[in-house]
Design a protein around this ligand. Structure first.
Ligand code: NAD
Length: 275
């Protein structure tokens, strides 16, 4: 466990990705954190290049490598916004080297998530489908609204992301669905309507519907609407820049270095109410 009042060494796997680069900037911008290195895939043209601030282009003296295990060994915390297969591998290194693991990767299956649960037996792991304060508040408000508004209010969740996103609905949209289902004391899997096409028949009472838009460079927009005859309540969050996720992940990193082993989420980091 790191002592207080010293720089926390943060490694970034997938450091040339959209989030990876933003994370480099977020770590370099703080005085209480330092970069311990970054990795990329074996076939990345960035291997051997210096880690650079994405806005100022200031170079660190660290070159990008493929050696994730060495990065986990040499870091207090590793932040991971990559893909499910890579994150499962990284969770093994987190457990082996007792390195705090901050995971933002989405599209993980229940089986993939077992690797995080295993790592969480020996070290603090923070896993969240969305690291922004605003979206976590939206999670909470969605649960409260779903507790108050009965099945007369049809719940629909709309999300939009940039054209490069590979999974749908977004991890955040599914997280919102889970919060709405929890508010109604039901299981999301039993009521989720994730794709509609052709003659679908009428909407089933109590279903939670999802709709996905993709295009441009949208960092992430989510709306949960509660639709009854003659009125609609909408709760929305619009991310202007992915720096909000990076700042949240770094905040989680600093928080997690002071925690016991366990699997945490942003509700824990931000102290939002569970019930
Ligand atoms: P991206 O494709 O731009 O970046 C992913 C990076 O990971 C790429 O550079 C890729 O080469 C690298 N990578 C893949 N496998 C690797 C491996 N084995 N070792 C090292 N590097 C590896 O994608 P992105 O937009 O940055 O998003 C990454 C993930 O984060 C996605 O799952 C996305 O949905 C998620 N995301 C989560 C949040 C959140 O708040 N939780 C916010 C934004 C994005």
């Amino acid at each position: 466990m790191p002592e207080k009042n010293r720089e926390i060494k943060i490694g970034i796997v997938g450091c040339s990705g959209r989030m990876g680069q933003t994370l480099i900037g977020a770590v370099m911008d703080r005085e209480d954190t330092s970069l311990s290195g970054g990795t990329e895939r074996h076939d990345s043209p960035q291997i051997g290049q210096p880690m650079r601030h994405p806005v100022t282009a200031r170079e660190s003296d660290l070159a990008i490598t493929t050696d994730a295990e060495a990065l986990f060994r040499n870091s207090d915390v590793v932040i991971d916004f990559t893909c499910a297969t890579a994150t499962v591998l990284h969770a093994g290194f987190a457990a082996k080297h007792n390195t705090v693991h901050i995971v933002g990767t989405t599209g993980m299956t229940a089986e993939d998530e077992l690797a995080l649960q295993t790592a969480a037996k020996s070290v603090a792991v923070v896993y969240a489908s969305n690291f922004s304060l605003g979206v976590n508040l939206l999670f909470y408000l969605t649960r409260v609204a779903a507790t108050i508004l009965d099945e007369e209010y049809d719940i629909e969740i709309l999300e939009m992301h940039h054209r490069h996103k590979v999974d749908a609905p977004s991890g955040t949209a599914l997280g919102l669905g889970r919060q709405a289902a929890r508010g109604r004391d039901i299981d999301l899997e039993a009521v989720a309507d994730r794709v509609r096409d052709g003659i679908t028949g009428e909407r089933k009472r109590g279903d939670i519907g999802f709709a996905t838009l993709r295009g441009g460079n949208v960092a992430g927009e989510h709306t949960v609407s509660f639709n009854a005859p003659d009125e609609r309540i909408e709760l929305s969050h619009k991310a202007g820049d992915r720096i909000i996720f990076a700042r949240g992940a770094v905040k989680a990193a600093l928080w997690a270095t002071l925690q016991k082993p366990g699997l945490y989420d942003m509700f824990d980091v931000l102290g939002l109410p569970r019930e």
